[in-house]
Ligand binder design. Structure first.
Ligand SMILES: [Zn+2]
Length: 346
């Protein structure tokens, strides 16, 4: 890899971000963290009315503006109903994999800032009690949150300030192995944000300017397809940094960066994808080019929502996407290298 990235800083950023709850649309906690991380590098963040944050880096040539996006939103849930006995029923935010999240600790975030932990369980929660505990489909209709409180009724829960629509986050279960593996929920897409900050730190420390004005968009609702429909009009290229997939059709693996040539929504802009492949070569990245079937990004959403842009996407391949994912530190370093090659137009 061409650029020597501060790996420790990158992983520290990831760890801090992944432990900051931010289900779809819930930026209350993560936006201040992003602002602090940005200000430590001398940058500010501004917001559009929808909730996307923008960090702008002036380029050598500011007549053209390019954009890199990384979404802070994660899968999660909201309070749907409180049963008479005080169990909380849920609706998912994004494509929750309940089968992976069952048994996790969760936190209910009330609108007035209180937080209560609980256990995410299936209503048929025990094989010793329920005939269908193994077979009942895990879904919005069968999952419950058992609050870690002495409650017996709906009124008990309401007295705690919990209301319909309150956001529920899931513990990340983040673990780093000595040989570089990262096992965690929400590598999608907190790892991409960490790569963004590692890139910014590299630019600052080496006194480098991007070739063109470069906006970083921290989007708020990629998991439900809302991150990319509106793009600032000055942006001519929209590159989403998002996870890659690992599977029988894919060359991507946990140590590389994958450039996505096509996803469920659209092929990415031909010339831009070709340029990214060339950047990956020049930056000596371990990289793969793949197409993804059940997958889209803020960039392909931006493209299909009639924005006047070229679009592309690349990022770190993970096992078990939308579950407890796994990737390797090398993949984050390869992703950051490709980002630097792209913004510096090497
Ligand atoms: Zn993602």
């Amino acid at each position: 890899m061409k650029f020597r990235i501060d790996e420790k800083y990158l992983l520290n950023c990831f760890e801090r971000l992944v432990h900051t709850p931010s289900p779809v649309g819930y930026g209350v906690k993560v936006n201040p963290v992003l602002e602090e991380m940005a200000s430590q590098l001398g940058f500010g963040i501004t917001y559009d009315r929808r909730g996307t944050g923008y960090l702008t880096v002036e380029g050598e040539d500011n007549s053209k503006t390019v954009l890199l996006s990384a979404h802070w939103d994660t899968l999660g849930m909201v309070v749907r109903r409180i049963d008479a006995d005080g169990k909380i029923r849920v609706r998912s935010l994004g494509g929750m994999q309940y089968i992976s999240a069952e048994g996790s600790s969760v936190t209910v975030h009330t609108r007035d800032g209180r937080e209560y932990t609980g256990l995410l369980a299936c209503q048929s929660h025990s094989t010793h009690v329920f005939e269908n505990a193994r077979t009942l489909e895990r879904s919005d209709d069968t999952m419950i949150v058992l609050l870690d409180e002495d409650i017996h009724s709906k009124e008990d829960v309401q007295k705690m300030g919990i209301r319909h629509g309150d956001v529920i986050s899931v513990e990340p279960c983040c673990e780093f192995t000595k040989n570089g593996y990262i096992k965690s929920r929400f590598i999608d897409d907190k790892a991409a944000i960490a790569c963004v900050f590692a890139m910014l730190k590299y630019l600052r420390e080496n006194d480098l300017k991007p070739a063109f004005r470069t906006m970083i968009a921290f989007t708020f609702a990629e998991e439900i397809g809302l991150g990319g429909p509106w793009v600032p009009p000055e942006v001519s290229e929209y590159v989403a940094i998002d996870i890659g997939l690992i599977g029988p059709d894919n060359d991507g693996h946990e140590r590389c960066v994958t450039i996505c040539a096509k996803d469920r929504k659209a092929p990415y802009t031909y010339d831009l994808v070709t340029r990214l492949i060339n950047y990956a070569e020049k930056a000596e990245c371990d990289y793969a080019v793949d197409i993804f079937f059940r997958y889209s990004t803020d960039a392909s959403t931006a493209l299909t929502c009639s924005n006047n842009i070229s679009a592309a996407a690349f990022g770190m391949p993970v096992y078990c996407s939308h579950g407890r994912e796994r990737t390797h530190t090398l993949s984050l370093l390869n992703t950051t290298n490709l980002m630097l090659a792209y913004v510096l137009n090497i």
